[in-house]
Write a protein that binds this ligand. Structure first.
Ligand code: MN
Ligand code: MN
Length: 301
């Protein structure tokens, strides 16, 4: 990782931290989720970054991957627990960060458990730390508060224009996992905790997609071509929201084209992820880079 790349990771992290903190102050019951997410994404641009993925605003038992659909009228409910997960990139170098805000003090210890798990996990990261050690710390910390970590969600390595660069950092102890941190690389660590069963399943709503195989040879109609070209041009391989293409076609047609491009293999879909027993879910996330010298820099703190 050369100095220019490191500088871009740090700049993305600086913007992500500012927007996350402003967003956490701004969110409250009654707020339109659509307007809120657009505000987050515009604020990222205002500060000189680009959204690395759509603003995710996942409420209560929804753990991740909710972003408003075109025409979405959802508002933040009273007494809810809201995860704001946002990504910033500078020239493709990404900062991925999340915070949970609760509108009922009933969930204070759940939030505290997950916040503490993230801090303790960050505290053990070095160029030689095994991913399994992070999983162990996250699991034991969250369990000490009487909650469960979500076992099928976790952190990940990051690469240019790539949110999930191939390595996974578990939220539970996996003794046989061989991976470890390395110099010159970037990672996101993201514990999730719940009072529920401790895993997520896919829900029916799909509002987020990403291009995975841009050069498949398939016969496409005019609209499908237009949608695919807009995706390549605007988002490259980064995740995008349906609403980010609302200028391309009328909503029903757009949705049909996206589903078709996904079924042909061009796109991957990211359905919302819901806690299996509909437990309450909290999440906190930071991005870190490890320099060539082995220094650990948490870019989003
Ligand atoms: Mn995230
Ligand atoms: Mn992440």
């Amino acid at each position: 990782m050369d100095e220019e790349v490191l500088r871009k990771y740090i700049e993305a992290g600086r913007i992500a931290r500012i927007v996350r903190e402003e967003a956490a102050k701004r969110i409250e019951p009654g707020v339109s989720v659509y307007e809120f997410c657009e505000w987050v994404e515009n604020r990222i641009a205002e500060l000189g970054g680009r959204p690395a993925f759509p603003c995710n605003l996942s409420i209560n038992e929804v753990a991740a991957h909710y972003t408003p659909l075109i025409g979405d009228e959802l508002r933040v409910p009273d007494e809810s627990v809201v995860k704001i997960d946002l990504g910033v990139h500078v020239d493709g170098y990404i900062a991925d960060t999340a915070v949970t805000v609760s509108f009922s003090d009933k969930w204070d210890t759940l939030l505290e458990a997950v916040r503490d798990a993230l801090e303790k996990a960050l505290g053990i990261v070095s160029p030689d730390t095994k991913f399994s050690e992070v999983g162990r710390v996250i699991e034991s910390t969250i369990k000490a508060y009487g909650f469960k970590p979500i076992s099928n969600l976790g952190g990940h390595s990051l690469a240019r224009y790539t949110i999930h660069a191939g390595e996974s950092i578990p939220n539970v102890y996996e003794p046989f996992l061989r991976g470890k941190f390395g110099k010159g690389k970037a990672y996101a660590i993201e514990p999730f905790g719940t009072n529920g069963a401790g895993s997520v399943r896919e829900g029916d709503i799909i509002a987020i997609y990403a291009l995975i195989r841009p050069n498949l040879r398939r016969r496409l109609n005019e609209l499908q071509k237009r949608v695919l070209n807009a995706i390549k041009e605007r988002f490259k391989t980064l995740p995008f929201a349906e609403r980010w293409l609302k200028d391309i076609a009328q909503v029903d047609e757009l949705r049909r084209a996206l589903r078709r491009l996904a079924s042909m293999g061009f796109l991957v879909q990211y359905p919302v992820l819901i806690e299996k027993s509909r437990g309450m879910v909290a999440q906190f996330e930071h991005t870190l880079v490890i320099t060539n010298e082995g220094d650990v820099i948490v870019t989003t703190r």
